[in-house]
Design a protein around this ligand. Structure first.
Ligand SMILES: Nc1nc2c(ncn2[C@@H]2O[C@H](COP(=O)(O)OP(=O)(O)OP(=O)(O)O)[C@@H](O)[C@H]2O)c(=O)[nH]1
Ligand SMILES: [Mg+2]
Length: 452
């Protein structure tokens, strides 16, 4: 139970129709009352919206006409008393009301502090709290579905089940000394602990296997557009985005820094990165851009390699073809509206485009969809792991179980086995916020928006 009452602006800062100022804590209602010129909210029923004027208590001047939601604990976002003041959406008036609440005894909320309270008051677990942030940041329908799955506790339930099974194994080890059914420890290990550990490891592996897809759905496919200068990379970015995002000129070396944009192809999010044309150059700025292009090329999950069909293949083209041959890539033969000079017989499978005629874009989009065939996850009952922290923790826990299995198989002392199994149990707990330190909690919640 927290002693202080926090307040924060819950809507985006800027002019809008309304803004919401949220107050949470045991004095949320009494603090708000001090701004109502006697028209108290103490006796209104819970979960109601009330029409009130806000006054500056010092000057008795009206500040704004508002609608105030009163929600009493425990059925609220934070599980505490919550008041939400819906005022007119001006920056000045919103800040003024917040300021009056602070003067009246509320404390300004840290980023994510409302959600943190929901977690610390036991209303949601950590994985669910993180899903709230994922909902806010979702950029495609699919990433939104994923985040909603997290919020309704699917991931948490799976993790809890795994922990329970692990706890079961630990319990078996603890009582092994006088376990009547088994003659010795070895027999118990082989007949009871090993099969159970293998079983749990299989479940963990299965969930981990969803992580790659999960991350793609959540963050989008990191897609690098590469090629030598002047082949039409920026033109391609613009066409895919249906927007003049990057500068296009007939001067080779136009793009120097990366240009990024999000697109959505049939529910699949792509994080597109247009890069500086790759070539040997003595220009310092361009050279830095070229280095950056190579780095992005390495990190990309999908490479769109653009070639100019109007010119013969150059050494740079050949280098790029070689550099990208083991990656997921699509070779794009651009400028097909011009005469073909490229050696077609030397090229692997490719797609022909013309940015001038706006031709080939749909073909390219279909090809991308085909490469990342992902079913409709909204309707599937499959649970995908998509949060990087959860994935890292699950990997770590799986490794501990694997170590335990190795130790059992090589006939190690059961105490040693137990250490690994306990580690797995603790690490899984960190996903849902058990056994988690204050410092880590602060860091996690600080990434939230203000007022959330
Ligand atoms: N004829 C024709 N011209 C094109 C086509 N695509 C792009 N261009 C032209 O080619 C020139 C270079 O296009 P950009 O998109 O800037 O090329 P880039 O690969 O981004 O070039 P850098 O940023 O210098 O690496 C521009 O003059 C475009 O108008 C095409 O399909 N056909
Ligand atoms: Mg460019």
């Amino acid at each position: 139970m927290f002693q202080d009452t926090i307040a924060g602006i819950a809507t985006a800062m800027g002019e809008g129709a309304i803004s919401i100022i949220r107050v949470s804590g045991k004095d949320a209602i009494s603090i708000t009352n001090t701004l109502l010129n006697g028209k108290s909210l103490t006796n209104v029923p819970s979960h109601t919206i009330n029409y009130r004027y806000i006054y500056d208590p010092e000057t008795q001047k009206k500040v704004d006409e508002t609608l105030i939601s009163v929600m009493r604990a425990p059925k609220t976002f934070t599980a505490e008393d919550v008041v939400e003041i819906n005022c007119h959406g001006g920056i000045l008036v919103t800040n003024k009301i917040l300021e009056l609440l602070l003067v009246a005894g509320a404390r300004i909320a840290d980023p994510g502090e409302f959600t943190k309270r929901a977690f610390l008051n036991g209303r949601i677990d950590l994985a669910q709290a993180e899903s709230i942030m994922d909902i806010i940041h979702a950029k495609s329908e699919q990433s939104l579905s994923l985040a909603l799955n997290g919020l309704d506790g699917r991931i948490s339930r799976l993790i809890k089940e795994m922990r329970e099974e692990i706890l079961n194994i630990i319990a078996n080890i603890e009582v092994n000394i006088d376990y009547p059914e088994y003659d010795d420890v070895e027999e118990m290990t082989n007949e009871l602990l090993l099969p159970r550990s293998l079983n749990i490891k299989e479940k963990m592996d299965k969930l981990l296997a969803t992580a790659k897809t999960g991350q793609i759905l959540r963050d989008g496919i990191k897609t690098a557009i590469v090629g030598r200068p002047n082949v039409g990379k920026s033109s391609l970015l613009n066409q895919l985005m249906r927007e003049e995002k990057a500068i296009v000129t007939n001067i080779a070396g136009t793009t120097r820094d990366t240009v990024e944009g999000y697109i959505n192809i049939g529910g699949l999010a792509l994080n597109l990165i247009d890069t500086a044309g790759i070539r040997e150059t003595t220009d310092i700025v361009e050279a830095i851009g070229v280095e950056k292009s190579k780095k992005i090329l390495n990190e990309a999950e999908l490479v769109l390699l653009v070639l100019n069909s109007n010119e013969m293949l150059t050494e740079e083209d050949r280098n790029l073809l070689e550099m990208t041959k083991d990656k997921k890539r699509i070779i794009i033969l651009n400028k097909t509206d011009l005469e073909t000079h490229i050696q077609l017989d030397e090229l692997p499978e490719h797609i022909e485009t013309s940015m001038v005629l706006e031709a080939g874009i749909e073909l390219l989009e279909d090809k991308i969809k085909e490469m990342f065939e992902i079913g409709d996850i909204g309707s599937s009952d499959m649970t995908y792991l998509s949060n990087a922290r959860h994935i890292a923790k699950l990997k770590q826990a799986t490794q501990s179980i694997k170590d335990a299995i190795d130790a059992m198989e090589s006939g190690m002392l059961i105490d040693m086995v137990e250490i690994d199994i306990k580690n797995a149990w603790h690490t899984l707990g960190e996903i849902i916020g058990e056994d988690i330190g204050d410092a880590l909690l602060d860091e996690l919640f600080s990434k939230f928006c203000l007022g959330k």
